[in-house]
Design a protein around this ligand. Structure first.
Ligand code: BTN
Length: 267
C-alpha cells in the first residue's frame, strides 16, 4: 500500500507550499477536512492528502470511490480574497492543473469532460470538486477548496461494480505511477495556476477549451426530470458551456449534469 506522506521532499527546495502539507492515513473527505482547517485560519496553499476516504464527495451530491492506497485524494486551500464572480472559472482552471500534473507524472494526457471530469480512453480517470466560502462582512471569497481525486493504481475489480465500465486508472492505462510524485506535480501545477488565476483568465480558458472533449459534441443536459439535447459549441470566459438546441436557441450552461454522446455509454 502506498501512502503519499513524503510529498514536500519531492518539491523544489523552498517551495512556498511545501511546509503546509497535511497527511492523513484515513479521513471522511479531504474537502470537508480542508474546510474545517480553513475555518480555523489555515493559510493559503495548505494541502490535505489522504490515503483513503470513507466519504469522498463529487459534484451533484455523488460519492467518489476512494479505496486505501489506490488513488490520490487531495484538497488545497486558497484564499484569493476576490469577489466570487471572479472565480467562476476555478473548476476549469483546477482541471487544467490536474491534467498537467498527470501528464508530467506519468506521460498520460487526459482530456476534460465539462466541467470537472478527467477522461482517458473515454473513461473517468478522476474528478474535481471546488467549494467556496464567502465572508459575509466583505462579500469577498474567504477561502476556496480545490478537491482533486485521481484513480492511480486501481484494477477493474477495485471500482464499485456500477462504475467498472465507466472508470479507469493510470495503472489500467499502462502507466507506472508513484502517488507521492503525482501529488508533488499537482502542488507544482496548482501553485503555477495560482499565479495566473485572476490575471490570465482568457489564456487559461483558451487552454481549457482545447482540452475539453465536450466541445463540438452532441450532449444531453439533465435538469431535474428534464433532458434536453444540444450541440456543445464552446466555453465562455467564466467556464460556462455554450450550447445550441435543435430549434436554434443558444444558451450558456453554468452548472448541472451534462452527458456527452459516446461517453460512458450515452449513445
Ligand atoms: C466528481 O467526480 O464529481 C468530483 C470528485 C472529486 C473527488 C475529490 S477526492 C479529494 C476531494 N475530497 C472529496 O471528498 N472530493 C474531492
Amino acid at each position: 500500500m502506498t501512502f503519499p506522506d513524503n510529498v514536500s521532499a519531492l518539491l523544489p527546495p523552498g517551495h512556498p507550499w511545501g511546509q503546509h502539507i497535511l497527511y492523513l492515513p484515513q479521513v471522511d473527505s479531504t474537502n470537508t477536512y480542508a474546510k474545517a482547517l480553513a475555518r480555523r485560519g489555515a493559510v493559503h496553499g495548505t494541502a490535505v492528502i489522504a490515503g483513503q476516504q470513507s466519504g469522498g464527495r463529487g459534484r451533484m451530491g455523488r460519492s467518489f470511490s476512494s479505496p486505501a492506497g489506490l488513488g490520490l485524494y487531495f484538497s488545497l486551500i486558497l484564499r484569493p480574497h476576490c469577489p466570487p464572480q471572479q472565480l467562476m472559472h476555478l473548476t476549469c482552471a483546477a482541471g487544467l492543473a490536474a491534467a498537467t500534473a498527470v501528464e508530467r507524472a506519468c506521460g498520460i494526457s487526459p482530456g476534460i469532460k465539462w466541467i470537472n471530469d478527467l477522461i482517458v480512453d473515454g473513461k473517468k480517470l478522476g474528478g474535481i470538486l471546488t467549494e467556496l466560502a464567502i465572508d459575509p462582512a466583505t462579500k469577498l471569497v474567504d477561502y476556496a477548496i480545490i478537491g482533486i481525486g485521481i484513480n492511480c493504481l486501481q484494477q477493474r475489480e477495485d471500482f464499485p461494480a456500477p462504475l467498472r465500465d465507466m472508470a479507469t486508472s493510470l495503472a489500467l492505462c499502462g502507466a507506472k505511477i508513484d502517488i507521492a510524485e503525482m501529488a508533488a506535480q499537482l502542488i507544482r501545477a496548482l501553485s503555477a495556476l495560482d499565479e495566473c488565476l485572476l490575471q490570465d483568465k482568457a489564456a487559461l480558458m483558451a487552454r481549457f477549451s482545447e482540452k475539453c472533449i465536450t466541445v463540438g459534441k452532441q450532449v444531453s443536459l439533465i435538469r431535474g426530470d428534464q433532458v434536453c439535447h444540444a450541440t456543445a459549441l464552446g466555453i465562455d470566459p467564466d467556464g460556462a458551456l455554450l450550447v445550441r438546441y435543435a430549434d436554434g436557441r443558444c444558451e450558456a450552461v453554468a452548472c448541472g449534469e451534462v452527458s456527452v454522446r459516446g461517453l460512458y455509454g450515452y449513445l
